[in-house]
Design a binder for this molecule. Structure first.
Ligand SMILES: Cc1ncc(COP(=O)(O)O)c(C=O)c1O
Length: 508
């Protein structure tokens, strides 16, 4: 009997549980996945294998396997993960919406995929035109005057924006503005970006309605405030109803309004952040504009600004003269370059495709549907789970675990049990100001049937909480890996395969 610590298990024929050996363990000396006519052999190089010192010392050699073995190995591996193409992914604050395949089709066109970034502009007119037009669409959606497509994520967009705010105040001789006000509901990247840019942050405590408390804001405003960083809708899924008033108050005190646009999916086509008073806004193309992300990228966080901040945008900027496009490096007040070359071009092509295929009406409908879906879940589940802020929400709704705690069940247990029902867990324990938060963002791309299935699973989990809480403590029980020791997994991650010397290369 094989006993390999690396092997997983899978259901075989007639319900038998079979071991699932990994590729090195399938290796049988002399077995190959190809055949080459004898006559061609003399023409082939002796070995295309890396020399010994490129191989890990603990691996005996490359696995010797048949074609079907390798096909099944990789196909099986591909099913070990969960993705947006696999099922519902109701994260909050991270807009994991379906990425239409047409986006990948366009980015694979040879003219885009094979274009070298050093190609002279006259041979890259199509790519430059795409970037220019994408910038124009994003300006229209944001209601702002100019844009850079360079930053490669929301957080880098925040840093770009903060450096521009600094340069703006300094250019006016206003050098004492070192403070940025940030609500306590903000995403962690907000204070981090401000700090990296050299600012000090001050936290604004949210009011009972989840919005900024205007009195507290007023008490914090002075000549040292460089900006406020506002997320709208905020990360409680609530629209900052006083956004225009807040903008007037901060502007009157000489500060600027930075809007974190990571939640633009709730607003696009309906509200333009520029009209709410934003001076500067980052947009997460990898969320709102349906380009793939997760696991670290690649992303894209364009930053749109009003005319006063335009001179500080990163270089180079794509410019249009009649029907010709070129790079403009001649911007003496620019903060410089934030990314090598011009940003994550592949993400830009995908976002452009999405905007063109949706059209203005389609973008608005997507935002409206995202908001309706979140409210549908909020209302259907509020009998079972306590709502953090019981009012109409925008694109995401937040519950807590107060009802379930009475039975010894926590948010973590609920999230783990959802995996047994085939759903990716939502964001948990964020925003930090909601104790035991379960933050759900269904997005517009899910059907009513999928959302209803999710709701049924959540209701069933609430029932299990009362009838068999221990089951929830053990969950997930139906997944390949059961409940992990999260501390051990974080402190001592085992990230690569190691050979088990007891594992025979031939079946017994
Ligand atoms: C509200 C908010 N701001 C900023 C960010 C940071 O964006 P990114 O992950 O692209 O750096 C996120 C990401 O989840 C977010 O939800």
């Amino acid at each position: 009997m094989r006993t390999n610590k690396n092997a997983g298990f899978f259901p075989g024929a007639q319900g038998l549980i079979l071991e699932e050996p990994l590729i090195f363990e399938l290796s049988v000396p002399g077995r190959t996945g190809y055949s080459i006519p004898e006559d061609d052999l003399p023409d082939l190089p002796e070995s295309v294998m890396p020399s010994g010192n490129l191989m890990r010392d603990d691996i005996p050699g490359m696995p010797e396997v048949s074609e079907v073995d390798i096909v099944r190995h990789y196909t099986r591996l591909s099913t070990w993960n969960y993705s947006i193409d696999h099922g519902f992914y109701p994260l909050g604050s991270c807009t994991m919406k379906y990425n239409p395949k047409v986006n990948d089709r366009t980015v694979s066109l040879p003219g885009f995929a094979n274009l070298h970034p050093l190609v002279p502009p006259k041979h890259a007119q199509g790519a430059l035109r795409l970037m220019h037009e994408l910038g124009e669409y994003l300006k229209e959606i944001s209601g702002l005057d100019a844009i850079t497509l360079q930053p490669s994520a929301g957080a880098q967009g925040e840093l770009t924006g903060m450096l521009m705010i600094k340069a703006y105040h300094e250019s006016r001789g206003d050098r004492d503005r070192s403070i940025v006000l940030i609500p306590d509901s903000a995403h962690g990247t907000n204070p981090a970006s401000c700090t990296v840019a050299g600012f000090t942050t001050k936290t604004l405590t949210s009011g009972n309605d989840g919005c900024i408390d205007l009195e507290e804001l007023q008490s914090q405003l002075n000549d040292h405030v460089a900006a406020i960083m506002l997320t709208n809708p905020n990360t409680l899924g609530i629209f900052e109803k006083n956004a225009c008033r807040i903008a007037r108050m901060v502007h009157d005190a000489g500060g600027l309004i930075y809007m974190d646009g990571a939640n633009l999916n709730a607003l696009m086509g309906i509200v333009k952040p520029g009209q709410l008073g934003a001076d500067i806004l980052h947009i997460n193309l990898h969320k709102t504009f349906s380009t793939p992300h997760g696991g670290g990228g690649p992303g894209s966080g364009p930053v749109a600004v009003n005319a006063a901040l335009e001179p500080f945008l990163p270089i180079p900027r794509v410019i249009r003269t009649d029907d010709t496009f070129a790079w403009d490096y001649d911007k003496p007040m620019s903060i410089g370059q934030m990314h090598n070359f011009y940003g994550n071009f592949g993400v830009l092509v995908r976002a452009y495709t999405y905007i063109r295929s949706m059209g203005a009406a389609g973008l608005r409908e997507a935002a409206e549907t995202a908001v309706i879906n979140a409210n549908y879940i909020r209302v259907k589940l509020r009998e079972h789970y306590q709502i953090a802020y019981d009012r109409i929400c925008m694109h995401e709704c937040i519950f807590n675990d107060l009802n379930q705690q009475k039975f010894g069940v926590s948010t973590l247990d609920i999230a783990k049990r959802l995996m047994d029902y085939g759903f990716h867990p939502p964001t948990i324990y964020f925003p930090l100001i909601v104790k035991g938060a379960l933050m759900i963002e269904p997005t517009e791309t899910e059907s009513i049937e999928t959302i209803d299935q999710f709701i049924r699973a959540m209701i069933e989990i609430d029932r299990e909480t009362k009838s068999q809480p221990d089951l929830l403590h053990q969950a997930p029980i139906r997944t390949k890996r059961k409940r992990l020791d999260e501390t051990l997994a974080a402190r001592n991650p085992i990230l690569r395969w190691t050979p088990d010397l007891n594992f025979p290369s031939q079946p017994d």
